[in-house]
Write a protein that binds this ligand. Structure first.
Ligand code: GLU
Length: 564
């Protein structure tokens, strides 16, 4: 679809329609992004919502600048480096940590909503939450995918009576075709509309969150780890305004999210490595066949993962400039072999400003495996040229599994994105838990500018595969001559150093066989990532793009469709 007046790409037609309605009535991309994400809280409650957090990247057409909001969930003051260890010092079982109060971080999405409206909106939070409240009251029709996702989660949801009451009516997963009404969620949205986000950060919603985290209400005979959150943790929560990470690729500026997300840095490093491989091999990416392209991409992404796992987290002094320097990329690319995959795991590099060596070759252990596959990415553009690229999440699909009793929304389990223990004994790791710290993320909301004008925006869901999905879409659109939807739909590979997957359309073909023969590690994955994007080929022209099939597809809409 192509058109003018503004556009949206989301995973759900109800949410996309909410965004289009806001744009039609003169709202900005920021207004529409807030209204649509609140609607996703209702129709995609397992992927995102007010109980979670996210990262918001915005092109502000008036100031011609890209800025970001970091609304990552934050560890309570009581959290320590050993919070995810058992009494005997061993790391806690991952599922045990997920389904608990311990993994719940202070939510950040409501703070993003208010900050985005304050800074870039023309509408009030009261107005932007109205559609979501209405949908929660009236209900939405459950589809096959939602019912199946509920069934997948039924066992853990049944541990928490408040969750079962919403999603397992009569003890069974909500069935396709039923109208799911969420009166508690509607009431909570009403409280936010009336009293603002203070209803959460300083009011009754927050008290109920704290109570749920510290004393999870489970069915008889089930106990789960408890958290140590206080109302002071909620008061102290701040959405952080940050300058984006920016790198250049083919004369374009690629803007992404800085730490605690590793998304912006890792995507940029992958693109830098692709450029460095071109120099080493004297063959442009655009001139490579599928096998060579995917081989390069797999080695580049595995290398970027080694580096982000070692260097990027919510700590002081992340060496961003060095990680994104051409010297570092050249050093990291120096061992690239166009005929043979680099041995895994690739060791991390040293972004120390001196790039004369060929980098370490010893295998490295860099951690970074604890990421789920939930989340949602929303891309919106308006008629003034503003662009919002917003990835939000409650971490696992269904988050911690705990609905706040009486308030109807799921709490995140984002703190399981911390390393539970240092991967190498004795070597301090930047992503260990600490009081007030934000766990490292892979979310990669991205906006690309050419000659100062936004030309493309994209992002994805899918845990650590978010990074490889987003980078592949950018490369597909820029270098592989794909249409926006072609770039989103193209088969994906995801080499993450400690894990590597590819979709059947790669692994089960001659291309896959050739990659295997070169030593590229891969196991089959049904679907990698779930993305949305908007291309802006000329000023005022929008081509939103969504998944045709992955995750049941998405919904792309424009304000005024171009006449055919
Ligand atoms: N926790 C993940 C991250 O922040 C997102 C959730 C997911 O997609 O699994 O990177």
């Amino acid at each position: 679809m192509t058109g003018s007046g503004g556009a949206v790409a989301s995973v759900d037609p109800v949410a996309s329609q909410v965004a289009i309605d806001v744009l039609k009535k003169g709202g900005t991309a920021a207004d529409a992004a807030v209204a649509a994400t609140a609607a996703l809280n209702v129709v995609e409650p397992y992927a995102t919502g007010m109980g979670g957090g996210g990262f918001f990247v915005y092109y502000d057409a008036k100031n011609k600048q890209v800025k970001t909001l970091d609304g990552r969930e934050t560890a309570p003051k009581s959290m320590t480096e050993t919070s995810f260890l058992e009494a005997d010092g061993t790391p806690m079982n991952f599922d045990k940590a997920v389904n608990s109060g311990l993994s719940v971080g202070v939510p950040g999405n409501p703070a993003i909503w208010q900050a985005a409206l304050d800074r870039w909106g023309k509408r009030s939070l009261t107005d932007m939450l109205a559609p979501a409240q209405r949908i929660a009251e009236r209900g939405f029709v459950v589809d096959e995918a939602f019912s199946a996702a509920t069934a997948d989660n039924a066992k853990r949801f049944s541990m928490f009576p408040a969750t079962a009451a919403v999603f397992l009516p009569g003890g069974e997963p909500v069935q396709p075709g039923t109208v799911l009404r969420q009166p508690d969620l509607a009431k909570t949205l009403g409280l936010l509309r009336k009293d603002g986000i203070d209803a959460l950060y300083r009011g009754p919603i927050g008290k109920a969150v704290v109570d749920t985290v510290n004393r999870p209400k489970t069915v008889d005979g089930v106990t789960v780890p408890t958290g140590g959150m206080t109302t002071a943790d909620l008061h102290a929560y701040r959405v952080l305004r940050k300058d984006p990470v920016v790198s250049s690729y083919r004369g374009m500026e690629v803007y992404g999210m800085p730490a605690p997300s590793s998304g912006g840095i890792a995507v940029a490093e992958i693109l830098n490595l692709m450029s460095a491989y071109e120099k080493r091999t004297d063959t442009a990416t655009s001139a490579t066949d599928d096998v060579q392209y995917l081989h390069r991409f797999a080695d580049a992404s595995a290398t970027a993962f080694a580096d982000r796992n070692r260097w990027v987290a919510d700590v002081e002094g992340v060496p961003v400039k060095e990680l994104l320097s051409s010297g570092f990329a050249a050093e990291r690319a120096c061992g690239f072999d166009p005929e043979k995959a680099a041995a895994r795991p690739i060791a991390f590099g040293e972004p120390d400003g001196s790039y004369t060596s060929c980098g370490p070759v010893a295998p490295g252990k860099t951690g970074g495996v604890n990421e789920g596959s939930s989340t949602t990415h929303l891309t919106v553009a308006d008629k003034w040229g503003n662009v919002a690229s917003y990835t939000s999440t409650i971490e696992a699909f269904g988050g911690s599994g705990m609905v706040v009793p009486g308030y109807g929304f799921l709490l995140n389990n984002q703190l399981t994105d911390f390393e539970f223990t240092a991967p190498t004994k004795g070597v301090p790791h930047p992503n260990l838990p600490a009081p007030g710290k934000r766990p490292r993320s892979s979310m990669a909301p991205t906006i690309v500018l050419e000659n100062g004008r936004p030309v493309f925006a994209a992002g994805a869901a899918g845990g650590s595969t978010i990074i490889t999905t987003t980078a592949q879409i950018l490369l597909g659109y820029v270098d592989r001559d794909l249409t926006p939807v072609g770039a989103v739909a193209a088969p994906r590979i995801s080499s993450r150093n400690t894990g590597a997957t590819a979709e059947a359309r790669i692994i089960d073909t001659k291309t896959g066989a050739a990659l295997k023969a070169m030593g590229q590690p891969m196991t089959k994955a049904e679907a990698i990532g779930r993305a949305t994007a908007i291309a802006m080929p000329a000023r005022g022209v929008f081509t939103p793009a969504v998944e045709p099939t992955r995750g049941g597809g998405g919904s792309a809409m424009v304000v005024e469709p171009r006449k055919r």
